[in-house]
Write a protein that binds this ligand. Structure first.
Ligand code: FES
Length: 61
């Protein structure tokens, strides 16, 4: 996965930014949205963010 790829354009949050939030303890979409701001403006990225959160959480186990 390209960690520098932007997933949320509104906040310029990258795949790596989502991973970092999960690494720092966020385990749900809501928590990641709260920590990073991703998905909280236009919402267009929410499905992508959700997919990433689920993937990174699964990888952490
Ligand atoms: S692209 Fe993420 S909130 Fe708009």
């Amino acid at each position: 996965m390209d960690m520098d790829k932007i997933v949320c354009n509104c906040y310029s949050i990258t795949n790596g930014g989502i991973k970092e939030a999960v690494d720092n303890g966020a385990t749900t979409l809501d928590e990641v949205m709260e920590v990073t701001g991703a998905g909280t403006i236009c919402g267009a990225c929410v499905d992508d963010v959700k997919r990433l959160v689920e993937q990174f959480v699964a990888e952490k186990k």
